[in-house]
Design a protein around this ligand. Structure first.
Ligand SMILES: [Zn+2]
Length: 264
């Protein structure tokens, strides 16, 4: 649960349908009147997870307060705090400006995100009052019958992430999935649906590359060092019937398929 506090009272443009540049548009935040250069404060404790210039948002930052609970601040006058900065409720994250697309004057656009979806800030928060906002508990991966937790964990290790391969989709695995999603610019919800799995799964290509070696070592429960040495070979021989260093292209492909099926 994250504690958030909104500072401004009167919105100049609410969340929802609007007309932008003469076209129907959905406003995914709430605008508040701010003079140019006036500090914009963050609604809760957390860490800056996005910061930069966006074609529509203008200069913006996004803060994560707990997994699944984020707030964003658009239309800043200049770059805000950099990614990775830890913030406390009320800290200044940037100063107000007019850099958002279609902006008609200095303001502060503020948004609330729960599991990657925008919500109406004013439906949750009251100005000046600390409100506890909780994202729904981490859901099991969508289509978990086709993407077993073990497959997700092995694929994460194969791609260089640090996660325990225990076949249980718990908070630790979900946190690493969110990190992966954030790195790839996917919807950050900790859920392995079709889009995330398309990017995460072990590539099936008959080559004994770095990713495949890591996947096999994760599957064997041995040290993941990308070096298919005697220990890995002996374990692979016992479990799969052949040494990894002597695997044929067809056998490599089979290992990759097993990794993605969660049976490696
Ligand atoms: Zn706005």
């Amino acid at each position: 649960m994250a504690e958030l506090r909104l500072t401004k009272v009167t919105p100049t443009q609410r969340y929802g349908n609007r007309i932008l540049n003469g076209k129907p548009d959905f406003h995914r935040g709430v605008d508040f009147a701010f003079g140019r250069g006036v500090p914009v404060s963050v609604m809760g404790d957390g860490v800056i997870i996005e910061s930069g210039f966006h074609r529509v948002y203008g200069h913006y930052v996004k803060a994560e307060h707990e997994p699944g609970v984020c707030t964003s601040y658009h239309a800043l006058d200049a770059a805000g705090l950099p990614v990775g900065t830890r913030v406390k409720m009320g800290d200044t994250i940037g100063v107000a400006g007019s850099s958002a697309l279609g902006s008609t004057g200095p303001h502060s656009h503020q948004g609330l995100w729960l599991h990657g979806e925008t919500r109406d800030l004013l439906a949750y928060l009251k100005p000046g009052v600390i409100v506890t906002v909780g994202a729904p508990a981490v859901r099991p991966p969508a289509g978990s019958t086709t993407v077993p937790a073990r497959a997700v964990q092995i694929a994460l290790v194969a791609r260089g992430y640090n996660v325990v391969v225990d076949g249980v989709y718990g908070p630790q695995t979900a946190a690493v999935v969110r990190l992966f999603q954030r790195t790839l610019g996917l919807v950050v919800d900790g859920v392995v649906g079709p889009q995330t799995w398309a990017k995460l799964r072990v590539v099936e290509d008959r080559l004994r590359g770095r990713q495949t070696i890591r996947a096999v070592q994760a599957g064997l429960g041995t040290k993941v060092d990308e070096n298919p040495g005697p220990v890995t070979d002996a374990l692979a021989l016992k479990k799969y019937g052949f040494a990894l260093s002597k695997a044929t292209p067809a056998q490599i492909l089979d290992l990759q398929r097993r990794a993605n099926a969660g049976t490696l």
